[in-house]
Design a protein around this ligand. Structure first.
Ligand code: RNT
Ligand code: ZN
Length: 419
């Protein structure tokens, strides 16, 4: 896109926002100050590098066979670097334990240590990225249908040890990078069909989590979070770690709570949950995703719910306590585009939220006069937001939306097609 056109459209757009008392330049600055945790697992279809051909289990699934999946950590880091070059601002990388690098000496997941993530940490430091982390409690012979909630002590203890390892790794990451690393526990445990006993697995899980979290680690370096889910493929009737379970657990034990936007009933939205949950927990981790029918993990795009989430984030103004991360995996399209589209969509939604005629809407609401609130909400949708976004991209050496394709295709031909 022509630079001159971007600049003149921006100047006019600023004036238009200014008429409404909105500072567009300040909005750009605010968006650039918000790090988003990009999930490494979009780049290799959630496979990890422990085995060449590990099957993805745990009720999550990638579909599609687009060329050029990253086959090792170096390729994955290269792809991430390229994606980040098209995403304005400074961000974080969210890594799963199954992305360990063994340097010839493979250990099982209950023996992992920070040394297995040295390359990731050094690389993140070099790039100025923060990092977040996750135990990988799926795609492993010790994961049957149950893990931390298993009645089998041997299985349960294995996953407890694994989770304990990941907390220490997270603390080492946070210390090395100078920013707390959120360690997010998600387990797929559940029943395909109607259980005869819903409470025992939940009791077991609660006790197992207590064991996982028993070691006190410095919140300056790592933060614990727990993630609920409604159902998974093969666990349609009962999920041990349901929303109410983890909300209770997080409130009682003062851990963070992860809200994944794909993990609720189709008309249930996390935008409404942020202000309800935040007063009672030390923080929230967002897994911004996009549910489509049975799938909870489509690429994030700007839609009504994303905008509603961003509006709530801006209105709450608790960016230290609410950690924004993405979580989806689409193997049917260029994976680098998938990352870039999702990250930029989150930023666009935030920008739009910073540009809303907030004062006007609030004034109307306080007076109990709701038509003006609706009029301002509707007006916000046709304000020249795109001109502000284009300028944000231009000033940060990133392609505009219409130029994105050209960059993506070049990398596809030069790098991905050769894999
Ligand atoms: C699965 C959860 C979980 C995973 C990642 C890979 O439904 O959302 O967060 O997507 O841990
Ligand atoms: Zn998630």
């Amino acid at each position: 896109m022509n630079e001159k056109n971007i600049n003149s459209a921006y100047a006019l757009a600023c004036e238009r926002y200014n008429e409404l008392g909105i500072d567009a330049k300040a909005a750009i600055k605010k968006v650039l100050g918000i790090p988003i945790s990009m999930h490494c697992w979009q780049g290799d279809d959630v496979r990890g590098f422990e085995n060449a051909d590990g099957d993805l289990t745990g009720g999550i699934q990638t579909t599609g066979n687009f060329m050029g999946r990253a086959r090792n950590a170096d390729e994955l880091r290269g792809d991430i670097e390229f994606a980040l070059s098209m995403i304005p601002g400074r961000h974080r990388l969210n890594v799963h334990a199954c992305y360990a690098e063994f340097n010839g000496k493979k250990v099982d997941r209950d023996q992992l240590g920070p040394e297995h993530f040295k390359n990731w940490i050094d690389w993140a430091k070099d790039k100025g990225l923060g990092m977040d982390f996750n135990p990988t409690i799926f795609s492993h012979p010790m994961f049957t249908e149950f893990s931390l909630s298993s009645r089998n002590k041997k299985i349960r203890d294995f996953w407890i040890r694994h989770t304990q390892c990941t907390r220490r790794i997270a603390a080492a990451i946070g210390k090395a990078l100078g920013s707390p690393c959120v360690n997010n526990v998600w387990i797929p445990d559940g029943f395909k069909d109607i259980p005869a006993d819903r409470s025992t697995p939940r009791k077991i899980l609660s006790d197992a989590l207590d064991e996982c979290f028993a070691e006190k680690l410095n919140p300056k370096y790592m933060l614990d979070s727990v993630e609920s889910k409604l159902f998974g493929i093969g666990a349609e009737s009962y999920t041990v770690g349901s929303h109410e379970f983890y909300m209770g657990y997080a409130v009682k034990n003062q851990t963070l709570l992860t809200l994944d936007s794909g993990h609720y009933h189709p008309t249930e939205v996390i935008s409404d949950k942020l202000s309800a949950v935040l007063p009672f927990v030390p923080g929230i981790l967002l897994h911004v995703s996009r549910g489509v029918r049975w799938d909870s993990d489509h690429v994030v795009i700007v839609n009504d719910e994303l905008i509603a989430i961003a509006q709530e984030l801006v209105r709450l103004n608790e960016f230290k306590r609410i950690h924004i991360g993405l979580d989806y995996f689409d193997a049917s399209i260029n994976r680098i585009a998938a990352w870039t589209i999702g990250m930029r969509a989150m930023q666009k939604a935030l920008l739009q939220a910073f540009l809303e005629p907030r004062k006007q809407m609030l004034d109307a609401e306080k007076k109990g006069d709701y038509a003006p609130r609706m009029i301002w909400g509707e007006a916000a949708k046709t304000l020249p937001f795109g001109a502000i976004w284009d300028k944000l991209c231009l000033d940060n050496d990133c392609p505009t939306d219409t130029d994105l394709l050209c960059d993506v295709k070049k990398y596809e031909n030069n790098v991905l097609a050769k894999r």
